[in-house]
Design a protein around this ligand. Structure first.
Ligand SMILES: NC(=O)c1ccc[n+]([C@@H]2O[C@H](COP(=O)([O-])OP(=O)(O)OC[C@H]3O[C@@H](n4cnc5c(N)ncnc54)[C@H](O)[C@@H]3O)[C@@H](O)[C@H]2O)c1
Length: 273
């Protein structure tokens, strides 16, 4: 395969694990040099040891605007520019089985990481890209597209990321900066268990298993989504095959948000009389 991103420089926040890590590996395969920004220093440094000199790690909390500004400066200093910014870092926050139990204890943290982190990441990257253009990819979630229970601060933050992406895409188009959004769903990573593990009195693993079973039952495509599915889309949105695409949302969810498939008659159970 030709190296689509040869000579390009990318930053991936939350790049030390899950979807971010798969994206880093895929960008490297495509010839990019990549700065991984993450809170997890051990995993970030281990990744650099594993993947070599075209990857650098910068310890960053995306909720801290100053650290995000330093991150972009670091990427430019190390690799000479910035062409692709992937605002991927995200946290689920605590899960509540009823909204009546919501105490908003982690509301500010969830919004600071998932929304403000994306907004400052976009701003700092765009400030660097005004001269030559570039691509910014924000990772939202199908939780921001489709209504559902449990992690409402997370869902609200991800819906806001979608809307922000469309608005800022209009603003930055005059500089040749494209801003797009990916909304993944149901891809096994640590994120799900980090949410279910917070439910008081419940067995987090059992809840995670139930959610996985629900996803499997409602997802039209019967294959399991992988971090690599998201990484492929980032390469597409980050490279020159998508030059006419900005302000869009690409769902990567096996068809889950496409609609509800009616049950076949033999699957329906009669209502209790
Ligand atoms: N896995 C899914 O099915 C799924 C679905 C929808 C959306 N997403 C989104 O994809 C993104 C990646 O999620 P994942 O599933 O790979 O999760 P993950 O928990 O496996 O990885 C997240 C990474 O982000 C890092 N991180 C967390 N907070 C950070 C911060 N403040 N600053 C810098 N780094 C931070 C973590 O250390 C970790 O390395 C998130 O934004 C998530 O909301 C994932």
């Amino acid at each position: 395969m030709a190296e689509e991103l040869s000579g390009r420089v990318a930053v991936v926040t939350g790049g030390a694990a899950g979807l971010g890590r798969a994206t880093v590996e895929r960008l490297l395969e495509d010839g990019a040099r990549v700065v991984v920004a993450d809170l997890d220093r051990d995993a970030g440094e281990a990744l650099v040891d594993e993947l070599g000199a075209d990857v650098r790690f910068r310890h960053t909390d995306v909720a801290n605007a100053e650290q995000v500004r330093d991150l972009i400066g670091f990427a430019v200093k190390k690799f000479g520019g910035l062409h692709l910014m992937v605002n991927n870092a995200g946290i689920s926050g605590a899960m509540h089985t009823s909204f009546l139990d919501e105490d908003f204890a982690d509301f500010e943290r969830v919004l600071s990481v998932n929304l403000l982190g994306v907004m400052t990441g976009t701003r700092e990257a765009a400030r660097q890209m005004t001269a030559g253009g570039g691509s910014i990819v924000n990772i939202s979630s199908i939780g921001g597209v489709q209504a559902g229970p449990g992690v409402l601060a997370y869902r609200a933050s991800k819906a806001a990321v979608l809307h922000f992406t469309k608005c800022v895409a209009m603003d930055l188009a005059e500089y040749g900066i494209r801003v797009n959004c990916i909304a993944p769903g149901g891809i096994p990573t640590r994120l799900l268990t980090s949410a279910t593990g917070t439910v008081e009195g419940a067995d987090g693993d059992m809840m995670a298993e139930r959610i996985r079973a629900h996803i499997a039952a409602t997802q039209p495509l019967k294959r399991l989504g992988t971090p690599q599915d998201v990484a492929e889309a980032v390469v597409y949105l980050g490279g020159d095959r998508s030059l006419h695409i900005t302000g869009t949302v690409l769902t990567i969810d096996g068809g889950t948000t496409a609609g509800v498939k009616p049950m076949r008659p033999e699957q329906a159970t009669a209502p209790a009389s």
